[in-house]
Unconditional design. Structure first.
Length: 380
């Protein structure tokens, strides 16, 4: 399976733009990447951070305004010199669809240019049957497309797909051999492209989730951090110098996951336990099983962070997952408490994207490919 490279997440200040007419597209991407990273910047600040001339900045900004990709804010007065007008990306300037295909659930999201989820569709299943998933996809994609205002539907940039590692090599005893074998034969780009008639990008699901946090979330201003996603399995991604690395290269251990919590629930709680796979914002009260699971997961996360810290200087850890915000906060707080004694300089922070960050990260691939500057990030 051919994965797309993870998106360029952050742009170094003074990256140095190019002024030739032949690379104007690069300069436009550079300006939009800087606005993505910083939120709002004036023309003067854009020039300082990009290295482009004032004239070039003015030409680019006018073009981006014309194409309704940026919007001017209110003039800021009360300073020395003339008032400055901040620019920011326009939310309805572009849209993208992200699809997360998982072992227990599929999520589809429509996001705008700022990464805000405008519409979501999700469903769960016992086993991931590819035929059933793709049978639904055409209807679901049209539902998401219809959620965009008619005048803006031409701004839909493409579809990103996030899939777990090894989905093409499923060996599930509870699935028929034929159903498992179909995954090995799936050409995601061709099949989804034929359904949607649009560009399709594919990425590993946890890498996509880390990418969503770097583009739209708490890591927009970070150079280096460790990212943990608590899902059906719990996985790590390490970002160093704006590059995302797969956690399995660094951590040779199994971290407590949602599959463990689901297995711990009494048989009578299994129906309520489906809230786990749906990504609900609240869970039923799972009682002692939930408390014990949080404690066990926090301990495993602490051990993983400790293992990373033995050879990488980690100062920021972001923990997110397919869990309600109070559960994510409890995990964060317990991990932070565990680390206080030996790693007082490590900050533990909750993710800001949440349960559907894999789908959001998949959608971000499309926006990146068309509007953001490349930073030579690699997924290893």
């Amino acid at each position: 399976m051919r994965f797309a490279p993870p998106p360029a997440m952050r742009v170094d200040d003074r990256v140095g733009g190019l002024n030739q007419i032949s690379v104007r597209s690069y300069n436009e991407r550079l300006i939009m990447s800087l606005l993505r990273q910083h939120g709002q910047l004036s023309r003067m600040e854009l020039g300082q951070r990009s290295g482009l001339s004032a004239q070039t900045i003015s030409v680019i900004v006018r073009a981006l305004e014309r194409d309704e990709l940026v919007v001017l804010g209110d003039a800021q007065r009360g300073r020395v010199g003339p008032p400055t007008t901040p620019l920011s990306l326009r939310a309805d300037g572009a849209f993208s669809i992200g699809v997360k295909i998982g072992m227990k659930s599929t999520d589809l999201v429509l996001i705008d240019f700022l990464g805000q989820v405008q519409h979501r569709i999700g469903y769960i299943y016992d086993f991931p049957d590819s035929d059933l998933i793709f049978d639904r996809l055409a209807t679901d994609l049209e539902t998401l497309r219809s959620a965009i205002a008619p005048a803006h539907r031409s701004r839909l940039t493409g579809i990103g797909i996030a899939v777990p590692e090894g989905i093409e090599n499923l060996d599930l005893t509870d699935m028929s051999d034929a159903a498992a074998r179909r995954w090995a034969e799936v050409d995601f780009e061709a099949r989804v492209g034929a359904i949607a008639g649009m560009d399709v990008h594919i990425q590993n699901d946890v890498t996509a989730a880390a990418g969503a946090e770097m583009i739209f979330g708490a890591a927009r201003q970070l150079n280096d951090f460790a990212y943990f996603f608590v899902g059906g399995t719990t996985s790590c991604r390490l970002a160093l110098g704006h590059r995302i690395y797969a956690g399995k290269r660094f951590i040779n251990q199994t971290i407590t996951s949602l599959s463990d919590l689901y297995a711990d629930l009494a048989p009578t709680d299994r129906d309520a336990g489906n809230a786990i796979w749906r990504g609900d914002t609240t869970w039923p009260d799972f009682g002692p099983a939930q408390s014990a699971w949080i404690k066990r997961c926090a301990t495993d996360l602490t051990d993983a962070i400790t293992a990373l810290s033995s050879f990488v200087d980690i100062r920021m850890v972001i923990i997110d997952g397919r869990v309600p915000r109070p559960i994510a906060d409890a995990l964060r707080d317990q991990v932070a408490d565990h680390l206080t004694t030996h790693f007082a300089d490590v900050t533990v922070q909750g993710g800001t994207i949440g349960s559907f960050s894999k789908a959001v990260g998949a959608a971000a691939l499309c926006l990146h490919s068309r509007y953001m500057v490349e930073n030579s990030l690699l997924s290893l």
